[in-house]
Design a protein around this ligand. Structure first.
Ligand SMILES: [Zn+2]
Length: 335
C-alpha cells in the first residue's frame, strides 16, 4: 500500500482500491459537477480519467467550478484543457485525457469506449438521454446528477432489471427550472458530486447498489430518497424489450441550443469540421473586431454580437438568446 491512498484503502479494502486504480472514468461535462467529480476521483487514484467539454472558462464559472482560475478565464481556455492542467498538478498518478468536443449522438459511443463508469457533468436532459442510451447499450454504469438553485438530484443508472434515466424522465422535478432563472450555489454542487463519486466508488469496488433516487435541498436541509425499482418500464425505448436507443439517432437531435444564463446560443454543424482558424482570422480581418485567437478557438465581435468559434466548427454567439438570429450570424460567417 502506498501512503498516498492508505486512508482510503483502510476503508474500502485492498481489492476495492486495486479496482479503482484499474478503472477508467469518463466525465461528461467539465462544469461545476464535472470539476468536483474529477478532482475527487483523481485524488482517489482512478487509473484513467477522460474529461469532455465543448465550452471555455468564463469569469462567471469561478464561483463554483473548482478546477478553474482567473487566468484560465482571461485566456478563455477550453474547460477540458484547463481541467487537465489542474488535475495533472493534483496527481501524476492518473492518466488524464481531455477532449474539447460536443457530446452528442454521433460522438458519445466513441467517447465511452472502454470506460468502466460514466459520470454526468452535463447541464441538460437532452444530452443526459444521449448518454443514458449509450450507457445501457454498452452496459456501462452511468451516474446521473443535476443541480439548480440549492436543490440537487442523483441516481445510478446500472442497467439490468432496474429503471434507466429514460424510464424516470417524466418523474424528475425541476426540468423547467434552469440556472438562468434560479441561479445555483456551490454547496449543492458539492453534495451532488459527493453522491456521484460515492456511488461510483461503490460500483467500482464491486458493491451492488440499489436503484434509489436521492434529492437534497441544501438551503432548506430537506433530504428525500425513493427506491424507484417499480418504475422500470418494460416498453422503455432505451432499456425495454424492444429497445432501439432513440437518442443515438439523428431524429432526436437539436443543433442549436440557448445557453443557460448567458444570453448566448450554441450552434453545432451537422457534421464536425476541421477549421483552419489562422486562415479564417486572416480572411475576417476587415469584417470583425477585437479578434483574438488561441489554438482551440477564435474570439471576436461581429455586428452587435460576440462570437466564439471553435476549431471543430461549433460556435457560441453571445448577445442573443434567439436561435434564428444566431443561426443567421453563423451562416453569414461560416456558410
Ligand atoms: Zn428505461
Amino acid at each position: 500500500m502506498t501512503s498516498r491512498f492508505m486512508k482510503q484503502e483502510l476503508f474500502i479494502g485492498k481489492d476495492g482500491q486495486r479496482n479503482i486504480e484499474n478503472s477508467h472514468a469518463v466525465i461528461l461535462g467539465a462544469g461545476a459537477l464535472g470539476s468536483a467529480v474529477s478532482e475527487m476521483l483523481v485524488r482517489a487514484g482512478i487509473g484513467k480519467l477522460t474529461i469532455i467539454d465543448r465550452d471555455y472558462v468564463e469569469q462567471s464559472n469561478l464561483q463554483r467550478q473548482q478546477l478553474y482560475t482567473e487566468e484560465d478565464a482571461a485566456k478563455k481556455l477550453p474547460k477540458a484543457i484547463a481541467a487537465k492542467k489542474r488535475l495533472k498538478e493534483i496527481s501524476g498518478y492518473t492518466l488524464i485525457e481531455s477532449i474539447v468536443e460536443d457530446i452528442n449522438y454521433q460522438t458519445i459511443e466513441k467517447f465511452i469506449h472502454g470506460a468502466s463508469i460514466l459520470i454526468d457533468g452535463t447541464d441538460n436532459f437532452e444530452t443526459r438521454l444521449v448518454i443514458n442510451d449509450a450507457a445501457i447499450k454498452h452496459q456501462i454504469p452511468f451516474i446521473f446528477g443535476a443541480c439548480v438553485g440549492s436543490y440537487g438530484l442523483s441516481y445510478p443508472v446500472v442497467g439490468g432489471n432496474v429503471p434507466c434515466l429514460h424510464c424516470l424522465i417524466d418523474k424528475l422535478p425541476s426540468q423547467q427550472v434552469t440556472c438562468d432563472t434560479a441561479g445555483v450555489i456551490s454547496p449543492i454542487v458539492q453534495w451532488v458530486a459527493a453522491m456521484q463519486v460515492s456511488q461510483a466508488m461503490q460500483i467500482l469496488s464491486g458493491k451492488t447498489i440499489l436503484p434509489v433516487l436521492r434529492s437534497f435541498d441544501i438551503w432548506k436541509m430537506e433530504y428525500v430518497e425513493m427506491n424507484v425499482a417499480k418504475l422500470r418500464n418494460n416498453s422503455c425505448p432505451t432499456c425495454g424489450i424492444e429497445a432501439d436507443f432513440p437518442y443515438l439517432s439523428f431524429r432526436n437531435q437539436t443543433k442549436v441550443a440557448v445557453l443557460c444564463g448567458r444570453d448566448a446560443v450554441h450552434i453545432r454543424p451537422p457534421m464536425s469540421k476541421e477549421l483552419d482558424l489562422y486562415e479564417l482570422s486572416q480572411q475576417w480581418k476587415s469584417l470583425v473586431v477585437h479578434l483574438t485567437a488561441n489554438p482551440y478557438l477564435l474570439s471576436f465581435h461581429y455586428d452587435a454580437y460576440r462570437v466564439i468559434l471553435f476549431k471543430d466548427g461549433r460556435a457560441i454567439i453571445h448577445g442573443t438568446s434567439e436561435e434564428s438570429v444566431a443561426k443567421s450570424i453563423y451562416a453569414k460567417l461560416i456558410g
